[in-house]
Design a protein around this ligand. Structure first.
Ligand code: ADP
Ligand code: ADP
Length: 229
């Protein structure tokens, strides 16, 4: 379970400037759909609406056929794992950052999640800027590494739905490949919505939706979109 349905969704932050103008699509349970499009098209807005940071003005968003307005905030957040574009880390070890809020998780669970996200080697480290009595001794993490901390957090949480907002920052190819590998693992058998900034990172998506001017301009598999353009 965990299907996502957007039905004629309209949304504007400012009444006189609509961002989404009747967006309809579906992510069948267990499938992966990627949203691509120019910067400012409203891609991240889609993830914010799904998490109910904002409510739609017209149309509806359903999870397993139920309008998310009728779901409690708590159960909505339990159903969705969100890997935001910029992950803010707490001033504690990477392991603590992965476990965050999940008191029932064992050390082994945390280590296993870190391994899958490919950050297993530095979970005992502290993030950059962490201050202790003996001075500063943090580890500087790249944007991609921070995002993998968030991915590990999501692996531990194991929600039926995953939203991944790809980092916009220029990722080097190695980092991009590592994130891709971790994403392939976490998205398996889980409904996944990827907010993608590059077509090349979502080759394995079941469907790619191209959003332009508040509606869907094109849709299809990676290959089909390449063939069209
Ligand atoms: P994308 O992810 O496709 O780059 P966003 O969904 O982040 O686009 O933003 C879509 C548009 O909405 C942009 O023009 C952006 O400036 C605007 N926007 C985003 N967040 C807000 C906000 N909180 N208030 C007003 N406008 C916003
Ligand atoms: P959890 O998923 O661990 O139960 P939350 O529901 O509080 O925790 O948050 C889920 C994810 O969404 C976290 O990774 C957090 O960084 C991110 N998040 C929470 N609030 C916001 C927000 N206002 N804007 C962007 N991202 C947020």
């Amino acid at each position: 379970n965990g299907s996502i349905t957007f039905k004629d969704v309209h949304f504007a932050y400012d009444a006189n400037r609509p961002i989404l103008k009747g967006l309809s699509f579906e992510v069948p349970a267990g499938k992966t759909v990627a949203v691509v499009g120019p910067s400012g098209a409203g891609k991240s807005t889609i993830s914010r609406l799904l998490y109910r940071f904002y409510d739609v003005q017209q149309g509806e968003i359903l999870i397993d056929g139920q309008n998310i307005r009728d779901v409690t905030q708590k159960s909505l957040r339990n159903a969705i794992g969100m890997v935001p574009q910029d992950t803010v880390l707490f001033n504690d070890t990477i392991a603590y950052n992965i476990r965050y809020g999940r008191l029932e998780a064992t050390d082994r669970d945390v280590e296993a999640a870190a391994e899958i996200a490919q950050i297993g080697t530095f979970i005992r480290n502290l993030p950059d800027g962490f201050k202790t009595m003996v001075g500063e001794r943090g580890l500087k993490l790249s944007g991609g590494e921070k995002q993998r901390v968030a991915i590990a957090r999501t692996i531990l949480k194991a929600p039926p739905i995953l939203i991944l907002d790809e980092a916009t920052s220029a990722l080097d190819t190695t980092t991009e490949r590592e994130i891709q590998a971790a994403l392939d693992v976490v998205s398996k058998n889980r409904t996944t919505l990827v907010i993608a900034h590059r077509l090349s990172t979502v080759i394995n998506a079941d469907e790619i939706i191209v959003v332009k001017d508040g509606t869907i301009a094109e849709r299809g598999t990676h290959q089909a979109l390449l063939d069209q353009n």
